[in-house]
Each structure stands twice: as C-alpha cells, then as structure tokens.
Design a protein around this ligand. Structure first.
Ligand code: TXA
Ligand code: MG
Length: 341
C-alpha cells in the first residue's frame, strides 16, 4: 500500500476525512502523541488498526471526538464526578473511561462494556476528526511495543506502506500520552498518568485514586484494569536502564557503567536531566524539568536507535507533577531495569 503524506491545509484535511469515511487508516498529530485513526463506528476499519500496529486484539482503542456533544453518542450516561472531569479537562491531554453506548462496536473496545473518550486540544486533530464526520478510534501510531511517535517522521519509520496516509503536523507539544481516568464507577481511578497531573485531577475530584500498577509490572496471572498495562511498552532497540536519585550519585554510577560497557565494545548513550558530562557516551539532553523530559522522551529514545546506541542510561529524578508520567514510561521502556542510587 502507498502511504500518502498530507499537509494540514484545508484540502489535505478534507482528503484525510474522506479516507476515514471510506474505511481507511490515517495517522494524525495530537498534542500528546500521533494517533492512528479509523472510523470508530466501523469494526472492519478498527480491525485494520490492530493489523497495522501488530496490536493484541484484547487491547481496546480510545475514541477521539471534535465536539463534546459526541460524548452522548458514545456513552450510556455518566456520573456527576465524570461531568466535572469532562468540564475541567476536555479538550486536553485527557481520556475519560465511561460506560459505553450500544453504538460503539465490540471491535473497538475489545468487548469491554466501557469506552475511552478523548477530545484533543490540537487544532489539526480537531479539524481532521470533524472532517471525518464520525468519532475516530485511535491508539498511538507506533508498531506495538515501540515508543509512541511524536513527529510525522517517527510515524513514517513505523507505518510506511501499512496505512493510507499520515498528516504531518510537526512535533507534539506534550510528548507523552493522555492521562486516563476511569470514571465509570464511584471512585475515579487514574489508570495512566500523562499530560494532566494527579494534583490537577484531585483539585476537581478530591477522592480520585491512582491505580497501584502504574509503576509495576503485573505479576503472572494478574488482571489489569487497563488491558494495555500488561504488554511490553515503549521499548527502543537499545537496552534501557534508569538510574534514579540525586544527580551527583547518578553521575558516579553512570560513569562506572559507561566505562565498563565501553571496554566491552558497546556504544553507550545517556539521557540527561543535569549538566553531567560522560566521556565516551552519546549524550542527549532530556530537559531539566520533568515536563520537558516528558516532551522529548519518546523522540530521544527513537534518536538513540537512529544513532545505533546499544545501551541507554537514563538519568532520572522526580522533580514536579509530571514525574509520575515520565517514570511510568521510562520504567516500562527499561523493562523495569531501575538502578536506585
Ligand atoms: O494521548 C493518547 O491517549 C494517545 C493519542 C493518540 O490520543 N492515544 C493512546 O492510545 O495513547 P493507546 O491505545 O496507545 O493507549 C490507550 C490505552 C491502552 O493502554 C488501552 O488499554 C487503554 O488505553 N484503554 C482503552 N480503552 C479502555 C477501556 N475501556 N478501559 C480501560 N482501559 C482502556
Ligand atoms: Mg500506545
């Protein structure tokens, strides 16, 4: 299949909308990461997403809207707390899980009785969804297991020849995926930390809790609330290690590790959140705040692969409300290989 690269002008957006209406797949920018979209009311179109990504079929898709009125088509009703969350965070880097309506096909929600709904802030995303004339089901536009794409080039690396079109809308401003809150029960539960912080959620619904699995791997046989939790995630080709603690100790540890592995003939990379220098390693600056670090995280992991780095050491220290979102992605990309110093 030829994959068309589209601009964000009016005609291109119209063309992208037509592809969706015709049952095809289009990757599009959002403020968080690029999504891979299909008509959310068309099971066959949704099935193509699973095939293009190599995504396990029990992992549901979230549905993107361009107008709040579409929530009523997708959900079977919601609580007062859910309404507060919707009013506060939509549009934005936020996904709400609600009881689903009959209209949402099982092929989109992997047979769950709930649906994830997201109203992106990004203007191109909203114009594209509106042009499609239907809600757009979309996971991140990466091959399953790889870091999410935050530029059109990242999408091209994974999806050329597999999908109909890619809308090039530049770099994503948040860089990690939306915060997911399950508001289908009495107590809102944060299933994935992201662009909206836990403190911001609690300011609106004070009894919100964080799912305890956010920073852990699941034990054998344990059933996750969010099916995506159990799969390998965000893993670049390079082997990633997180080195966490104060930056002086982190420097000492990573210096040792780089020296050892360099001698063994490995190319080492370091993702920094300090002014630390490491002789003999490829260094990418991740940013001094957790927010900056989040924005560049997936792009940096993909860049280490382009630079053919074998082992990445990621400096990390929790510094602000985005720390949890970064940690969740970083620990997973490292397959939970975390060295605390
Ligand atoms: O920022 C984002 O959310 C991006 C952009 C494209 O909008 N999308 C995204 O989709 O990250 P995806 O599929 O890569 O991650 C969605 C996660 C998955 O882990 C999935 O298991 C979970 O949301 N999910 C979807 N529907 C769910 C539901 N009804 N109940 C629980 N978890 C759900
Ligand atoms: Mg994803």
């Amino acid at each position: 299949m030829d994959t068309k690269i589209l601009d964000t002008d009016e005609n291109s957006i119209k063309e992208a909308g037509k592809i969706i209406a015709g049952g095809g797949l289009v990757a599009f920018p959002t403020e968080t990461v690029y999504g891979l979209g299909a008509d959310a009311f068309d099971s066959d179109a949704a099935a193509k997403i699973y095939e293009a990504k190599g995504r396990p079929s029990d992992n549901p898709l979230i549905v993107h809207i361009s107008d709040k009125s579409q929530i009523d088509e997708l959900s079977a009703g919601y609580s007062e707390k859910a309404k507060k969350l919707i009013d506060a965070f939509m549009p934005g880097p936020f996904t709400i899980i609600l009881k689903k309506s009959e209209r949402v096909p099982d092929g989109v929600t992997a047979c769950m009785d709930t649906v994830g709904i997201r109203f992106p802030e990004n203007e191109t995303a909203r114009r594209f969804i509106a042009a499609s004339g239907v809600p757009v089901a979309a996971p991140s536009a990466n091959i399953s297991g790889k870091p999410s794409p935050t530029t059109a080039r990242d999408v091209m690396d994974d999806m050329m020849g597999r999908i109909d079109a890619i809308i090039d809308g530049g770099s994503c401003s948040v860089g990690v995926e939306s915060t997911i809150v399950d508001a289908s029960g009495d107590t809102p539960v944060v299933l994935r930390p992201g662009g909206i912080t836990y403190d911001e959620i609690c300011a609106v619904v004070p009894d919100a809790v964080i799912d305890p699995h956010i920073l852990e791997s699941l034990k054998d046989g344990e059933k996750p609330k969010c099916p995506g939790m159990k799969y390998k995630h965000y893993a670049p080709e390079a082997e990633v290690y997180v080195v966490e603690g104060n930056m002086a100790d982190v420097k000492k540890k990573i210096t040792e590790l780089v020296n050892e592995n360099e001698k063994a003939g490995k190319i080492c990379g370091v993702l920094t959140m300090s002014e630390n220098a490491y002789d003999g390693a490829v260094i990418l600056q991740g940013g001094m705040t957790n927010k900056e670090y989040a924005k560049g995280l997936f792009a940096n992991l993909r860049e280490f692969d382009r630079l053919k780095v074998d082992i990445v050491y990621a400096e990390f220290e929790e510094r602000d409300g985005y720390g949890l979102a970064v940690k969740n992605r970083l620990y997973k990309s490292a397959g939970q290989r975390v060295i605390y110093v």
